[in-house]
Design a protein around this ligand. Structure first.
Ligand code: PFF
Length: 463
């Protein structure tokens, strides 16, 4: 079966919403704030914004235009453009393969928190070591991960592309409203700690917004750059084949340049707002030391915020985690959908059979990742100096190591072999102007390959 026979998106809006549905997920709400906090707030923010407007736009445009012009998904698209480059399609395919091993695990964490608030046990979730003890418990994370996985597989199994479209239309606006509301509340927080020091949400906002260049060294700068770039790839779902596949469903008369702008702005907007929601709250309750706590950040700080809201916090907490669960689902579905579509072609199997097999394989993989916090616990030091468990290692291999490599190869391929005009013509095929054409040219030929090379060496620990 070939995905080419699949119906395209019914409208540009449909495409924008579905692509945004893939892009906006825990990457924006969970990963962005903790990376920003670990990297000193303001500096990370500025670097990230610059990267979105240059690299993000370049990579997103490349992926979507390749998909639409070749009408192929990533696995075949590069080979269709030039047979010698078929390997790049295969390399790209590795990324969703790896991401899927842990994405549902995080989905499970979010789902767990939604159920905690639903059952009214929010006092538990507010305790300082609740997240840690949840993670290190044996059964609970596995159960929630498997439920999350089952929902993802169920939707892909029935091939409800249209269902996803409808899903995204409701969830996305609701999520934004929620985040804006909670962010505003976070800014009003005030807390006096045991040393009598009072901290406010507005001070936390300043830490988030104001870049602090004291003690900045070249290697520290490179680390922030790598973190910001890996976040960008992950958040926009670029260079991993997802956007190529979506591009192949887009109609020729869709204004690509404009659609890409929307996806870019929307995804970044959600991440920035999530930062306003999480970082001031962490600062208020835990001070600057709390900012280094890493992946648990959202799960530790948000319950504190909901607690500070009084009784209504239980309901708001539930709605919040439910919305994040949905946002995570639209993303996990997009990864699973890509994998299923590819394996259907590779193994010549039906959608249902492929979904079930992948569902079983990934359930096992996810269980192993969950056990990385207890049975298989170890501390591994990543080349960037951070201590890592299984989940962090998978995250690092896909986002910090493979993605710079894939992006480098894609830029060389498009910039020097296929030539940027190939992409630019496709963007303009609808008769609309490609407003950032010159920037695209310079980025794809010169800047992106150089920076990706540096980041690749940085990620391996050589630099
Ligand atoms: N972009 C998603 C997020 O920010 O949560 C994560 C993601 C979705 C990564 C789909 C990869 C992917 F294929």
């Amino acid at each position: 079966m070939n995905t080419k026979s699949k119906s395209g998106f019914s409208s540009s809006l449909g495409f924008i919403l579905v692509a945004t549905g893939s892009a906006v997920g825990v990457g924006n709400i969970w990963r962005f704030p903790y990376l920003a906090a670990q990297n000193g707030g303001g500096i990370f923010l500025i670097i990230y914004l610059l990267l979105v407007l240059t690299f993000g736009f370049t990579l997103l445009t490349t992926d979507i235009a390749i998909g639409r012009r070749t009408r192929e998904k990533a696995l075949n698209a590069f080979g269709a453009m030039k047979s010698k480059w078929k390997f790049l399609g295969k390399l790209t395919f590795l990324v969703p393969l790896i991401i899927m091993t842990y994405y549902c695990v995080i989905g499970g964490w979010v789902l767990k928190y939604a159920t905690v608030y639903l059952s009214g046990c929010r006092d538990q979730a507010t305790q300082d070591d609740y997240f840690k003890s949840f993670l290190s418990s044996h059964a609970s994370p596995i159960v929630f991960t498997l439920i999350f996985m089952a929902i993802t597989v169920f939707i892909v199994y029935f091939g409800v592309q249209k269902g996803i479209e409808r899903f995204a239309k409701v969830v996305m606006p609701g999520l934004i409203l929620m985040i804006v509301g909670i962010a505003v509340f976070s800014l009003t927080l005030r807390y006096t700690d045991s040393n009598g020091i009072e901290r406010t949400g507005m001070q936390g906002l300043m830490i988030y917004l104001k870049p602090d260049f004291t003690d900045m060294t070249f290697s520290k700068f490179l680390k922030i750059l790598l973190d910001a770039m890996s976040q960008l790839f992950f958040s926009l779902s670029v260079s991993m084949g997802i956007m190529v596949t979506y591009g192949s469903y887009v109609k020729k008369d869709t204004n690509l340049s404009r659609s890409i702008k929307y996806i870019e702005y929307f995804d970044t907007g959600v991440a920035l707002l999530a930062g306003v929601m999480v970082i001031p709250a962490v600062y208020v309750f835990y001070g600057t030391q709390g900012m280094t706590s890493g992946p648990g950040l959202m799960f530790v700080s948000m319950p504190k915020v909901f607690n500070a809201m009084g009784n209504i916090g239980t309901i708001i907490g539930f709605v919040f985690f439910a919305m994040v669960t949905f946002a995570t689902l639209t993303s996990s579905i997009s990864v699973m959908e890509t994998l299923v579509a590819d394996f259907m072609d590779l193994l010549h199997m039906s959608r249902k059979k492929t979904s079930l097999i992948l569902g079983v394989v990934y359930s096992i993989a996810s269980i192993i990742i969950c056990l990385g916090y207890n049975v298989f616990y170890f501390e591994f030091t990543l080349p960037n100096g951070q201590s890592a468990q299984l989940l962090d290692i998978m995250d690092y291999v896909s986002n910090s190591f493979l993605l710079p490599l894939i992006s480098f190869l894609t830029c060389v391929f498009v910039g020097w072999i296929i030539k940027p005009k190939w992409i630019i013509d496709e963007v303009e095929a609808s008769g609309d102007k490609f407003s950032r054409k010159r920037l695209y040219n310079v980025m794809i030929r010169y800047i992106a390959p150089v920076v990706m090379t540096i980041l690749f060496f940085q990620s391996t620990g050589i630099l």
